[in-house]
Design a protein around this ligand. Structure first.
Ligand SMILES: *Cc1c(COP(=O)(O)O)cnc(C)c1O
Length: 384
């Protein structure tokens, strides 16, 4: 049973009723976060109870927003393997290098976590038609969950999206519109269409529940490491939903008494052709300025403006983490190494985390004896 109590603005702190549809904070235009009665959860639920729970992200249902089990639309998302990268680790003289393989989620990426939650909650609140702007993976995930929920789905994708992403959406029955330009242009069209037709827009962080789905990666990591979080998490960052979500999950778990105060250093990786967050991090800015002419093969990282930029930057700074950009050549080469050495056919975004790890080791920012988790956020198959 969900312990959801209300929504709270991540910027101005204003509170809102949870059981009505919301997008951004009406007062300041920033993302809303779901809040729970963690005191009650702490009294009624312990981490030992997880042993008998379902092997999907729904094992954490008390801290998820869906109230009625009938509305939980599931395709078996989450609870992905945390694999020890032995061969890559040996090469880098690291004993504790891990890859969280999100490519094994339904629809082949961790977008399934977020969209599963957004669609379930939208269904619970009476939505029948949804729209999304997406560089690829989010659209496929939304279309799949919308199909299972019996909702109509509309997708706005950049014209140059790899063909498999489009075919997948069409197979799930979504109406696909190809947009000349970037994800930001798709976002604008999705917004207009949503207003015109009264569709619910599930653009990331503009509705509060995709974050709740993605935060379960933080719960899973803690559980897999027996409640001792790793030293460093390297995360390929676009909109930053997963990173912000994990940071939120750590705070929740501390409130539940499941973990202590220690946190991993959070590392943002972007591509050199679109690196607004590393640029803002270095300039010590609270918000990132939009990146001009964004270009990278790692489509999930081609996000020139993120609504949650200040939340990403906050988590990186509070954790003593860092933000860096790697070249497309480096991330593609690393993607191949992950496949040939570890048997994981990663997406290019996943490859970027390995390229970043190598850079950080060379700079001495990270020591080989530290425990490091790389996030492979999706399967490489759709990019072929
Ligand atoms: C969307 C996406 C990302 C970026 O995820 P965020 O949590 O929005 O930063 C990274 N990799 C892949 C494969 C993606 O689809």
């Amino acid at each position: 049973m969900s312990a959801l109590t209300h929504l709270e603005c991540s910027f101005c702190g204003k509170k809102y009723e949870a059981d009505e549809l919301h997008t951004l904070c009406p007062a300041c235009g920033k993302p809303l976060l779901a809040r729970y009665d963690l005191k009650r959860v702490r009294e009624e639920w312990s981490r030992e109870d997880l042993a008998v729970r379902v092997a999907s992200l729904w094992r954490y249902q008390e801290v998820l927003p869906v109230r009625n089990e009938e509305n939980a639309i599931s395709l078996g998302e989450g609870y992905t393997p945390l694999l020890r990268a032995e061969h890559l680790g040996k090469k880098l003289k690291m004993r504790n290098l891990f890859i969280k393989d999100e490519g094994l989620n339904p629809t082949g990426s961790f977008k399934a976590r977020g969209l599963c939650m957004a669609i379930s909650r939208a269904k619970e609140l009476g939505v029948s038609e949804v729209v999304i702007p997406s560089a690829g993976n989010a659209a496929g995930a939304m279309a799949a969950y919308a199909a299972k929920a019996g909702m109509k789905a509309h997708v706005f994708m950049p014209q140059d999206v790899p063909l498999p992403f489009r075919l997948e959406c069409e197979a799930y029955g979504a109406q696909v519109t190809l947009v000349p330009g970037l994800i930001t242009d798709c976002g604008q069209q999705a917004r207009q269409a949503a207003a015109k037709h009264d569709w619910f827009n599930v653009s990331t962080l503009k509705e509060p529940y995709r974050l709740e789905g993605k935060k379960t990666m933080g719960y899973e990591l803690a559980e897999a490491f027996d409640w001792q979080l790793p030293d460093v998490i390297i995360y390929p960052t676009g909109g930053g939903t997963g990173l912000i979500g994990m940071w939120k999950a750590f705070a929740e778990m501390e409130a539940l008494g499941w973990i202590g105060k220690d946190r991993p250093r959070m590392v943002v990786v972007q591509a050199q052709g679109c690196a607004p967050i590393p640029r803002a991090f270095e300039a010590r800015e609270e918000f990132a300025t939009p990146w001009e002419n964004a270009a990278t093969v790692a489509a999930g990282l081609r996000v020139p403006v993120a609504v949650g930029d200040f939340l990403i930057l906050r988590a990186v700074r509070e954790s003593n983490g860092t933000a860096l950009a790697v070249s497309d050549d480096a991330l593609v080469a690393a993607q191949k190494r992950m496949a040939s050495r570890e048997g994981i056919f990663a997406c290019p975004e996943g490859g970027a985390t390995l390229a970043a790890l190598e850079t950080l080791l060379a700079k001495g920012w990270l020591m080989p004896d530290e425990t490091v988790v790389l996030f492979n956020t999706g399967s490489g198959l759709k990019y072929t």
